[in-house]
Write a protein that binds this ligand. Structure first.
Ligand code: S3P
Length: 442
């Protein structure tokens, strides 16, 4: 197992293009495979997870050509689609990718014939798939999985009918799966979400010619004959940029510009939490302290911009269940920020964290606790009291976001942190350590 040590840092300074967005990359490959003709993806994320999705679409017959790669973790990729009704039967290895194992069955379940099995690594085998299996079965799908809950999954193509489904949990993955299945169903399919979740699938399907409408908390999709290929530019991943954003805030004397970062409103929960923690927010100007959002643009239906962050005093806050879905992948960082805030930070309604690449409530509470944090777990969140971090050792538990959390904790700690299992970063951000060290030496 790889171990890497992160020493207390003087400051982080400079400009960085965060790697391309993981969620958008998965969808670009899948929707490209479902289209008829050639989809070109600009800045497709080059990571273990998104390579799994390229492998999966190739396994069902789509063509994948990597045209070029840049030095910031992006690939230019051509996807030759097989069409909505064209995937061939296969065994699919999803690796560590939860998004892939949840979205792809929606496409496969509605085929006229064929059989597919989907399986992955040990972490995937512990992640619930009944959340997509049950509503797909209501649509008429033939699906089985282990113990009625866990991968591997076996999907057989069958006729689907549209349903009106209220999501029992806020999940963009389940929503996306059902909207994709709805393209192949008879009649309309409506998905109702308790709280808005990331909407990249809706945006990308609409750009490919699908008919979707939103009415309050309900999204309705109509059956489609075909999807049109498109050119898809992928913005930088806010969830990857968030590690540097947090580092800039808690390592004194830091100033960073995170360029080309995706600013989709359904992903921006961390910024509202930071504002509640007392970080000054500015839009469109060069900020003094806190965070300024600059150079805002739009491409491929998604907004992006530069996050300009400088170190800032923090105060504790309460993150409510309504705020959770927009910040779900950044909540481990909220725990770290809470270690450097005055008073108490409290996260509730985040039980979904226990079902991510690892149990992130246990990983964060035991991990930061081992570094000297005053932190305690609840079933659906955690409570942390500010007081800084001593340092020590942390286990990434095979989870990319915990590995990066440990690294940033090391920079802000008094004695440094050794991260065990650091190579888990390859899942979403293979160049993380290189980028971090560049900003430390600027
Ligand atoms: C994702 C949705 C979220 C998120 C995950 C990626 C997506 O999961 O945690 O990292 O790409 O749709 P849920 O939809 O299960 O909350």
């Amino acid at each position: 197992m790889s171990s890497v040590r992160f020493e207390p840092a003087g400051s982080l300074r400079g400009r960085l293009h965060p790697p391309p967005d993981k969620s958008i990359s998965h969808r670009a490959a899948l929707i490209g495979a479902m289209a008829e003709g050639r989809t070109r993806v600009y800045r497709y994320l080059d990571s273990a997870d998104t390579r799994s999705t390229l492998g999966a679409i190739e396994a069902v017959g789509a063509g994948v050509s990597i045209i070029s790669s840049d030095d910031r973790g992006g690939l230019e990729v051509d996807v030759e689609g097989v069409g909505l009704r064209g995937p061939s039967g296969a065994g699919i290895d999803v690796g560590n990718a939860g998004t892939l194992i949840r979205l792809m069955p929606g496409w496969l379940a509605g085929q006229a014939a064929g059989e597919w099995s989907l399986d992955g690594d040990d972490s995937i085998r512990g992640r619930p798939v009944d959340r997509v299996m049950e509503p797909l079965r209501q649509m008429g799908a033939e699906i089985e999985c282990r113990d009625g809950r866990l991968p591997p999954l076996v999907v057989r193509g069958s006729e689907l009918r549209g349903i009106d489904y209220e999501l029992p949990m806020a999940s963009a993955q389940v929503k996306s799966c059902l909207l994709i299945a709805g393209l192949l169903a008879e009649g309309e399919t409506t998905v109702r979400e308790p709280v808005p979740t990331r909407d990249h699938t809706e945006r990308m399907l609409a750009a490919a010619g699908a008919r979707l409408r939103r009415d309050g908390d309900a999204i309705t999709v109509s059956p489609a004959e075909r999807l049109e290929p498109a050119e898809i530019p992928v913005p930088g991943d806010l969830s990857s940029a968030a590690f540097f954003l947090a580092a800039a805030l808690i390592v004194p004397g830091s100033e960073l510009w995170l360029e080309g970062t995706g600013l989709n409103k359904t992903r921006m929960g961390l910024l509202s939490v930071l504002s509640a923690m007392g970080v000054e927010m500015e839009q469109g100007s060069v900020g003094g302290k806190g965070i300024a959002v600059e150079d805002i643009g739009e491409a491929g239906g998604e907004s992006f911009g530069t996050l300009h962050a400088t170190s800032s005093a923090l105060r504790g806050t309460e993150v409510t269940p309504e705020q959770v879905p927009r910040a779900i992948d950044e909540l481990p960082l909220v725990a770290l920020l809470g270690c450097f805030a005055e008073g108490e930070t409290f996260v509730r309604g985040a039980g979904e964290l226990r079902r991510k690449e690892s149990d992130r409530i246990a990983g964060v509470v035991e991990g930061l606790g081992g570094l000297g944090a005053e932190i305690e777990a609840a079933e659906d969140g955690f409570r942390v009291h500010g007081g800084g971090l001593r340092g020590g050792e942390i286990d990434a538990r095979g989870d990319h976001r915990l590995a990066m959390l440990g690294a940033i904790a090391g920079l802000a700690s008094r004695e440094g942190v050794e991260v065990h299992g650091f190579d888990a970063v390859k899942v979403s951000y293979p160049g993380f350590e290189r980028d971090l060290r560049l900003l430390l030496s600027c």
